[in-house]
Design a protein around this ligand. Structure first.
Ligand SMILES: Cc1ncc(COP(=O)(O)O)c(C=O)c1O
Length: 364
C-alpha cells in the first residue's frame, strides 16, 4: 500500500478487513475518508412525503471529493506499481473524472494527459477547463462524442504507449472495486442502525462503475436492497447490460485475486436503469433537474450538479410522486462538496491550448 498524500486522513478499508488476500495483491493509495456519513434529509423528506436519506460521498475527501477518488485509489496505485510516469484518461470538457485524475495524479507525482470532447458549455465546464490547465495536465481536444469514442477508447495504446490508461469515468473492474467498498460501507451502516434499510438506493449512472461496484458491494455486504441507476449519459455507455457485465468482471477480478471472496449471484434485473431524466443529451440541464437542485439547496443547503446528481434527485422525486408513502429512499451524493474553483481564478483562458479557447468566446 502506498502512503496517503499529505493532508488526507483515512479510516480502515472494509474490503481489506473482510478479504485480507486482496490487500496483498491490490496496489492501493488511500485518498478517501472512510466511511462517508449517512444522514436523514429531514426537510426534503417532509416536502416529498417520504423518509429520505443521503450517503455523503460528496464528502469523500476534504479536498476534491465526490465519487472519483474511490476509484482512483486503485487506478493511480496500479499506475505507480507498473512504474508508469504518466496516466491518460478522457471525458467531456467539463469532466469531473478528468479533474479528479488531474488533481490526484499530480499529487502523487504523475504526469496527466487528458483527452477531451465537446459538451454543452456552462460555467462549471469553463471552470474545469481552467483547472485542467492550472493543474498542468496535458490537454488534447478530440472533437465531438463520436470521434472521441473512436479515437480515445480505441487508439490510445498506439498514441501513448508509455501512459497508464484509465477509461472514461474510471469505470473498469479495478476502478469499480472502489465502489464495492462504498456498498460494503452502506451495508455495514444499515446493519449498525445508522440508517434504515431503504426501499431503494438512487445513484447516477454515467460510465457505470459507481453503480456496478455499489450493487456488488451491497451484495457482498449481505444487503439485498435494489439500486436504481439514473442514466445521465448515452444509452451506449450507461445501460443495464454493460453495467451488469462490469459488475461480473469486477467480481471475477476480486475472486481471482483472493479465493475467499464469495461468489454472489448477480442478475441483470439488479441493474435497473431509469432513463427518463437524460433530456437532450449529456450535460444538458433539464427543467426537472434545475428544480431538483433548487429544492435540495433550499431544503438542505446541499449543492447538486446539473449533469449527474440533480438528474438523479429528479428521478428520486418522480419516484416519490408516483408511489407515495412507502419506505425510505437513499440518495448517493456523488458530486464533490469541495470545489477547486479558487485555483481557476487567475487562469486566463487565452493561456489554454488553442482548441479549448473557443469555449470561452461569446455564444460558445
Ligand atoms: C458527480 C458525478 N456523479 C456521478 C457520476 C457517474 O459515475 P459513473 O461514471 O461511475 O457512472 C460522475 C461521473 O463522472 C460524476 O462526476
Amino acid at each position: 500500500m502506498l502512503k496517503a498524500p499529505e493532508g488526507i486522513a483515512v479510516g480502515p478499508m472494509l474490503l481489506f478487513q473482510m478479504f485480507p488476500g486482496l490487500q496483498q495483491k491490490l496496489p492501493h493509495v488511500p485518498l478517501t475518508v472512510r466511511p462517508t456519513p449517512v444522514q436523514p434529509l429531514v426537510e426534503l423528506g417532509r416536502r416529498l412525503g417520504r423518509e429520505i436519506w443521503i450517503k455523503r460521498d460528496d464528502l469523500s475527501t476534504p479536498e476534491y471529493g465526490g465519487n472519483k477518488p474511490r476509484k482512483l485509489e486503485f487506478l493511480l496505485a496500479r499506475a505507480k506499481y507498473e512504474g508508469r510516469e504518466a496516466v491518460m484518461t478522457g471525458g467531456g470538457i467539463g469532466s469531473n473524472h478528468a479533474l479528479a485524475t488531474a488533481w490526484y495524479g499530480r499529487k502523487i507525482g504523475m504526469r496527466v494527459i487528458l483527452e477531451l470532447c465537446r459538451q454543452p458549455v456552462t460555467d462549471h465546464v469553463q471552470t474545469n477547463l481552467k483547472l485542467f490547465h492550472a493543474l498542468e495536465a496535458e490537454m488534447v481536444h478530440l472533437g465531438g462524442q463520436a470521434s472521441f469514442l473512436l479515437r480515445h477508447a480505441l487508439a490510445w495504446r498506439l498514441r501513448r504507449p508509455e501512459a497508464f490508461f484509465i477509461p472514461p469515468g474510471g469505470s473498469c473492474p479495478l476502478g469499480a472495486i472502489g465502489y464495492v467498498e462504498a456498498g460494503l460501507e452502506l451495508a455495514r451502516q444499515i446493519e449498525a442502525g445508522e440508517a434504515p434499510r431503504p426501499e431503494a438506493v438512487f445513484a447516477a449512472a454515467g460510465s457505470g462503475g459507481t453503480m456496478a461496484g455499489l450493487v456488488l458491494g451491497l451484495r457482498l455486504g449481505g444487503l439485498d436492497v435494489p439500486v436504481r441507476g439514473v442514466r445521465v449519459a448515452t444509452p451506449l455507455a450507461a445501460n443495464s447490460l454493460s453495467i451488469f457485465l462490469l459488475a461480473l468482471r469486477t467480481l471475477g477480478l476480486m475472486r481471482r485475486l483472493d479465493k475467499s471472496v464469495p461468489y454472489v449471484r448477480l442478475r441483470l434485473f439488479d441493474f435497473r436503469i431509469i432513463g427518463n431524466q437524460y433530456g437532450p443529451g449529456y450535460g444538458h440541464p433539464t427543467d426537472a433537474c434545475r428544480l431538483a437542485a433548487d429544492a435540495m439547496n433550499d431544503a438542505e443547503g446541499l449543492c447538486l450538479d446539473f449533469t449527474y446528481t440533480a438528474k438523479t434527485m429528479a428521478a428520486l422525486e418522480n419516484h416519490c410522486a408516483a408511489c407515495a408513502g412507502r419506505g425510505p429512499l437513499m440518495f448517493l451524493h456523488t458530486y464533490s462538496a469541495n470545489g477547486l474553483a479558487d485555483l481557476a481564478k487567475d487562469v486566463d483562458f487565452r493561456d489554454l491550448p488553442r482548441p479549448f479557447q473557443r469555449y470561452f468566446e461569446p455564444g460558445a
